[in-house]
Design a protein around this ligand. Structure first.
Ligand code: ARG
Length: 570
């Protein structure tokens, strides 16, 4: 990547200056290569001279000039300039030309890499016996995008759906089902009925608090392997999984494993309890066992309740142990809501005290909430909104747009249905991915489905446009001709080559939104070009078709990484 080469050139120049005793000996700090804000400051800029000013005891401009003087222009970098302490690099037109050939040759491999590393991504993780809520949508979509991005960079990726299928809430559910439902109907309970039973339990328990105790004993029975408790639990799991599968199918999501919390029961967990006690990380507290943190840096985390029931926390510890042993990942990614910030902080800290991880990174990719402009994302009556309804609504709104559009193309009913699904679902996904994961999303149908804003449909439309131009032209070998390039064409050249570095940046920062920003920028530049420059009738036809094909390819790769499909027509 040209960006990495520039960093190396700068480092080498500094080393030379050290050898020549122009600079004293010091460890060279990381050379950051960035795109300057203003276009007339080159394509890349390095601020190392400003950073070195104190160490070298010269003014930054002098340092920048000294470094500049040691770097020779190359085929890719045609000009290097020191300006107010910055070192600016100008890429050559030959470089841009070359990059288009690389894109057209490598196609969907362009920007991909090889790696020997492994990442485990914990995402989606809905809870059994509750409808798939909007709350798990972000985790599912962002988690899947991260999976795709790392895979593209050559990592071995393990996706694990840590289903919420264990815990004291199942004691409550089992109690309530046993009380209210005949055994022959257990399997017939729908997910909405299961949710209702759970809500009812809480209402009734306000009047009869002894129910709580009963529920606890049912969860204990479940943990001990009681047959009846297990049968009811299994019925809840089966119904829920069927439901979730439908949602995953709509979203086009497939997760490698769905081990779930229940997978970690029994002996492995007891071993961890013993290890924690032996290493003096845990202590008894009012009958329960908790992890105490040094200097009370974090509040204690409960691992066993006073009745010895296991906790979410302990199951997460067991999960890490299993993942370490099974996959030896370099990074553990948890795509979970920001509301579990403390839980993960406690968890990561405990894992470090246990000495389980050394070089491995544990990362919480915390997402914000989705809400309406005026408040919580719920129905007018205050009930939570089920994801399936939102997806259906997106599809039917996309259908309306398709039907009302001034049609240049004739679509059959079947095509309309297919397109509306791809556009509706794509719009929901893009809306989620295009904002930084940590921020809350303000949900607005207008923005999500806008055909000319920063939206999924806009990008899908642009790719389809590129493809239809290419189809009409039927050209074979394409190349960019450097003579007579206009501004619109140059703008595409000066944007598209950033794709590989953006993917790397998105992976390093766990931020798929960087890919969205890039794709949107590129699409805008393409559409400007498309509106200003005739393609097929032009003298520069070959160049323009090459740009058209390269943009189509790169945007397609962006959408693929984001998990967004592209309709055949639009
Ligand atoms: N099921 C949990 C919830 O809905 C999310 C689980 C996330 N993963 C984890 N390893 N804790 O809150």
């Amino acid at each position: 990547m040209v960006k990495e080469n520039i960093a190396k050139l700068v480092e080498k120049a500094i080393k030379t200056l050290q050898k020549e005793k122009v600079f004293p000996e010091f460890v060279i700090p990381e050379v950051l290569v960035e795109h300057p804000d203003k276009q007339n400051n080159g394509d890349y800029s390095v601020n190392i001279a400003l950073k070195l000013a104190k160490t070298v005891k010269k003014n930054p401009q002098e340092i920048a000039e000294a470094i500049c003087a040691k770097i020779k222009p190359s085929k890719a970098v045609e000009k290097i300039e020191a300006v107010s302490g910055f070192i600016n690099f100008y890429l050559s037109m030959e470089f841009f030309q070359q990059e288009i050939s690389v894109i057209l040759r490598q196609k969907d491999k362009y920007g991909s890499q090889q790696s020997k590393k492994t990442v485990v991504i914990d995402y989606s993780a809905p809870n059994i016996a509750k409808p798939f809520g909007i709350g798990h949508l972000r985790s599912t979509i962002i988690g899947q995008a991260l999976y795709n991005i790392y895979q593209f960079l050559g990592w071995k990726c393990i996706g694990d759906n840590h289903l919420g299928d264990w815990g004291t809430q199942f004691g409550k559910l089992i109690y309530q089902i046993k009380k209210k439902i005949k055994p022959k109907d257990w399997k017939k309970l729908s997910i909405n009925e299961l949710e209702k039973l759970y809500v009812e339990f809480h209402k009734e328990a306000e009047t009869y608090p002894e129910m709580e105790e009963e529920a606890r004993s049912y969860f204990k029975k479940l943990e001990k392997g009681d047959k009846e408790a297990k049968t009811i639990w299994q019925a809840c799991v089966d119904t829920s999984l069927k439901e979730f599968d439908r949602i995953y199918k709509m979203l086009g999501i497939k997760i490698d494993y769905a081990l779930g919390e229940s997978f970690y029961g029994g002996e492995p967990m007891q071993k961890i309890v013993a290890e924690l006690a032996k290493k003096k990380i845990s202590a008894k507290s009012q009958g329960a066992i908790v992890i105490k943190y040094a200097n009370d840096e974090l509040p204690p985390a409960m691992i066993l309740k006073s009745d010895k029931a296991t906790t979410y926390f302990l199951r997460d510890l067991a999960t890490i142990k299993y993942r370490l042993k099974t996959w030896r990942p370099d990074i553990f990614v948890y795509e979970i809501g920001a509301d579990q910030y403390l839980h993960l902080k406690q968890l990561f800290s405990a894992v470090k005290s246990l000495g389980w991880v050394k070089k491995q990174k544990l990362v919480h990719v915390a997402h914000g909430m989705i809400r309406w402009e005026h408040g919580k994302f719920s129905t007018r009556k205050g009930q939570t909104i089920h994801l399936e309804e939102v997806l259906q609504e997106a599809i039917s709104r996309a259908m309306k747009i398709i039907e009302s559009a001034k049609a240049n193309i004739v679509l059959s009913e079947k095509e309309k249905k297919e397109i509306s699904e791809i556009v509706g679902i794509g719009a929901i996904k893009y809306n989620d991915l295009s904002q930084h994961h940590s921020r809350d999303i303000i949900f607005s149908w207008e923005k999500i489905l806008s055909m000319d804003g920063n939206s999924g449909p806009y990008l899908q439309y642009t790719v389809v446009r590129c493809q239809s131009v290419a189809k009409k032209a039927k050209a074979k070998k394409l190349e960019v001709n450097l003579t007579g390039l206009n501004e619109a064409e140059k703008n595409i050249l000066k944007t598209i080559y950033k794709f590989p570095e953006i993917i790397q940046l998105a992976a390093d920062n766990f931020s798929p939104n960087l890919i969205c920003n890039f794709a949107h920028d590129l699409a805008q530049k393409y559409n400007l070009f498309y509106n200003q420059c005739p393609i097929l009738s032009s003298e520069n036809k070959e160049t323009r078709l090459a740009l058209n094909a390269a943009v189509g390819q790169v945007l397609k790769s962006c959408l693929k990484l984001l998990g967004i499909s592209i309709p055949k027509k639009m």
